[in-house]
Design a protein around this ligand. Structure first.
Ligand code: WTA
Length: 565
C-alpha cells in the first residue's frame, strides 16, 4: 500500500463518514447547540468541560493520572468539578477576578489541571508555563502578561525571579515551602475552601488563556485564546480524533503547549471522555506500559516520540498489549514515511497527521479515517475552514505551487490578539482575508496539502518551536561571542536540531569547554530544548541589507547545501 504512497480509507463507520458532503454544507454554528449556553446564554469553557460533564455523568472518570515515580490517582468529573470550585474560591479569596492573569508553572500533575479549570471558572486568564522554562523565559512571560498570581511547586519556585515581577502578588505552592514564607500552601487553601462555586459567565470572545509562542524575530508572543475555542475543539475531537463513548484518550503533549491544552484535556472533556496524563520524563518502555495499562484507545503524539519508540525495536512492543489502540494521530513536525510504515506494520494502523499551530487553537488541516492518506501530506482542511496557498502579496496560487499556507480568518478557535502587541497580531492578517501561517506548503490537484517547512527561520526541534532570535541573543551576551546565527539542521530523530554558527571575539579560541559553557548558558536561562546541539565557528554571520541575520543563507548552511567560509 505504502509503496504507491497511498493508504486507502479505513472501512467501517466513523464519526465523519462523508468529508465531501460536510465540506459543502457544514457550518460551525451547527455545533453551538451542543453547548449549554446555546439555551442558557451562560458561557464558560471550564463549566462546559467539567461541571456540565459532572451533571451528565458525575461518576465517570475524567483523569487517569500517574507518574513514573509510582504515584497514581484517578479523578471523576464530579471530583474535578468540586476541586476546581474549591480552587476557584481560593483564588477569589485572594482578590483574583475576571480578566486577571494567573500563571501556572507546574509539572504535569492533578494540581495543574485543577488550577487551570479554577482560573477559567473565575473568568481569569491562564498563562501556562512549561515546566522546563528557566529564569529568563519565565520572566518574559510573567512580566509581559502581568500575572497577579502564580501556582508552582517547591522544586520550580527557585527559578521564579520573584523580585523582578511587580505585578505578581501571590504565589501558591503545591508542595512543601522550603524557600520563603511569602507563599501560600495550595492544598491547605483548597481543602479549606468551599466546594460551591458558580462559574463566572463570560462573553464568547473573552480571553481564557494566553500561550506564549516563539516568534522568529523577537520576544515570545502572547497568543490570546478565548472561551469560544470550545466550538472548534468539540467538533475536531469528534471528526478528526473520532472520539466515541468508551474511549480512553491519551495526548502526550505537555499542557505548557497548545496541543497539551486543547487536546490534552479540553477537547476530550467537552465530550465527557477520560484522559490519561503521565507525569515524568519520556521513556519508550514507560509509554508502552501506559498505553497498555490504561487500555488507551485514541493516542495523539508526535513524530519524534514515535521515532524514539521505534528505536526500542520489536522486542519493546512485544512485551505490551496495545490491542485497545484504535486511532493514532500526530502533530507538530513532518510525519515521515518510516513512522507511517512502522505504525502500519507494528501497530496495525496508519498514523493520521494533523497540521495546526498555537495561533490556530484547533486542528486545521487533517487526515481523516474516511479519506485516503497520501504519504507526506498533512491532509485536507477541516470542513467549515477555508485554506489556501498564497504568494507574498496575498494572491492565491494554483495547485502544485509552493507558497504561504494561509487560512481564511474567522474559524472558532482562532487566537484573538497578541497580548499587549496588537501590531504583531495584525501582521498575521496583512493580506486580508488571509491569516498567513509562516509555513510554506503546496496543495496537489486533489486538494491535499504538503508541508514544506517554515519560511521565517523558526526552528522546530522534536515538535517544539524555538526562536533563533532568542538563542542568538543569549549567545551574543557571552564575552567570547562576537556574532551568532542559529538555524534548524535536518535530523533523523528530532526532525531538526538547533545548530549555532558563532563568530568568536579576538582572544578566544574554540574548545569543547566553551561549547559546553555556551550550551549551559542557553539551557539555564531559557530551556534545555532551545540549547544548540551543534556548533560551527565562522568568520561572519550572513546578514540582509538591513543588518538582520539572513535566515535563508543560514538555512542553506544548516542544510549542508553551502558551507560558511
Ligand atoms: C509545525 C503545534 C509538519 C508547523 C500544534 C507549525 C507541523 C508549527 C505539523 C506550530 C505537521 C505543526 N507537519 N509541521 N503536521 N503541525 N507543524 O505553535 O511549522 O507549537 O507552524 O503548534 O509546527 O507549532 P506550535
Amino acid at each position: 500500500m505504502l509503496e504507491k504512497g497511498i493508504i486507502e480509507p479505513l472501512p467501517g463507520q466513523h464519526n465523519l463518514n462523508d468529508y465531501e458532503a460536510q465540506l459543502k454544507s457544514f457550518s460551525f454554528s451547527e455545533v453551538e447547540k451542543e453547548f449549554s449556553w446555546y439555551e442558557t446564554g451562560k458561557v464558560n469553557l471550564a463549566y462546559e468541560a467539567v461541571d456540565r460533564q459532572a451533571e451528565k455523568n458525575g461518576s465517570g472518570t475524567a483523569l487517569y493520572y500517574s507518574h513514573s515515580d509510582g504515584q497514581q490517582e484517578n479523578f471523576t468529573f464530579q471530583s474535578l468539578a468540586g476541586l476546581s470550585n474549591q480552587a476557584a474560591n481560593m483564588f477569589s479569596s485572594l482578590g483574583i477576578k475576571k480578566g486577571d492573569r494567573v500563571g501556572i508553572f507546574l509539572p504535569r500533575s492533578p494540581e495543574l489541571y485543577i488550577s487551570f479549570l479554577a482560573a477559567i471558572k473565575l473568568g481569569a486568564v491562564v498563562v501556562p508555563l512549561f515546566e522546563a522554562f528557566m529564569e529568563d523565559a519565565l520572566q518574559d512571560r510573567l512580566q509581559d502578561s502581568g500575572a497577579k498570581a502564580l501556582v508552582t511547586s517547591s522544586e520550580l519556585l527557585e527559578r521564579v525571579p520573584r523580585g523582578e515581577l511587580p505585578d505578581l502578588k501571590h504565589i501558591l505552592l503545591t508542595g512543601e515551602n522550603t524557600l520563603t514564607q511569602q507563599v501560600i500552601n495550595w492544598w491547605t487553601e483548597v481543602n479549606n475552601a468551599s466546594p460551591d462555586f458558580t462559574s463566572v459567565w463570560v462573553a464568547r470572545d473573552d480571553p481564557a488563556f494566553i500561550l506564549y509562542a516563539a516568534g522568529a524575530d523577537g520576544k515570545p508572543k502572547g497568543i490570546v485564546h478565548v472561551h469560544e475555542c470550545m466550538v472548534g475543539l468539540w467538533v475536531t475531537a469528534k471528526w478528526v480524533h473520532d472520539l466515541h463513548a468508551g474511549d480512553i484518550y491519551w495526548c502526550t503533549a505537555d499542557p505548557g503547549f497548545i496541543t497539551g491544552i486543547a487536546y490534552g484535556f479540553l477537547a476530550p472533556w467537552l465530550h465527557g471522555i477520560p484522559v490519561v496524563v503521565r507525569g515524568g520524563r519520556f521513556n519508550a518502555e514507560d509509554w508502552c506500559q501506559t498505553l497498555s495499562e490504561y487500555g488507551v484507545t485514541v493516542w495523539y503524539s508526535a513524530p519524534t516520540a514515535f521515532r524514539m519508540m521505534m528505536s526500542g525495536g520489536d522486542e519493546l512492543l512485544q512485551n505490551y498489549d496495545l490491542s485497545a489502540l484504535r486511532h493514532i494521530l500526530s502533530v507538530g513536525e513532518p510525519l515521515t514515511a518510516e513512522v507511517l510504515s512502522w505504525s502500519i506494520e507494528k501497530l496495525g494502523q496508519p498514523v493520521y497527521d494533523t497540521w495546526w499551530m498555537s495561533e490556530t487553537g484547533m486542528n486545521i488541516i487533517c487526515n481523516y479515517r474516511c479519506l485516503k492518506l497520501k504519504l507526506g501530506s498533512i491532509g485536507k482542511p477541516f470542513p467549515g475552514i477555508e485554506t489556501s496557498i498564497v504568494d507574498d502579496d496575498g494572491n492565491e496560487l494554483p495547485a502544485n505551487r509552493i507558497g504561504n499556507l494561509a487560512i481564511k480568518a474567522g474559524w472558532p478557535a482562532m487566537f484573538r490578539n497578541v497580548w499587549k502587541a496588537p501590531e504583531k497580531y495584525e501582521a498575521y492578517f496583512k493580506h486580508q482575508p488571509w491569516f498567513v501561517s509562516g509555513d510554506a506548503a503546496y496543495r496537489d490537484d486533489e486538494g491535499y496539502y504538503f508541508f514544506q517547512g517554515r519560511v521565517d527561520g523558526l526552528i522546530n526541534t522534536a515538535g517544539e518551536r524555538v526562536s533563533p532570535w532568542e538563542v542568538e541573543n543569549k549567545l551574543t551576551a557571552h564575552p567570547a561571542v562576537a556574532g551568532a546565527g542559529v538555524a534548524g539542521k535536518p535530523d533523523n530523530l528530532r526532525g531538526e536540531i538547533v545548530k549555532a554558527y558563532v563568530v568568536l571575539n579576538s582572544g578566544y579560541s574554540w574548545s569543547d569547554h566553551l561549547a559546553e559553557e555556551l550550551r549551559n548558558t542557553v539551557k539555564s536561562e531559557l530551556a534545555a530544548h532551545t540549547a544548540p546541539r551543534e556548533w560551527q565557528v565562522t568568520q561572519a554571520i550572513p546578514r540582509t541589507a538591513d543588518g538582520s541575520v539572513d535566515r535563508k543563507a543560514l538555512k542553506t548552511w544548516a542544510m549542508g547545501l553551502e558551507q560558511p567560509e
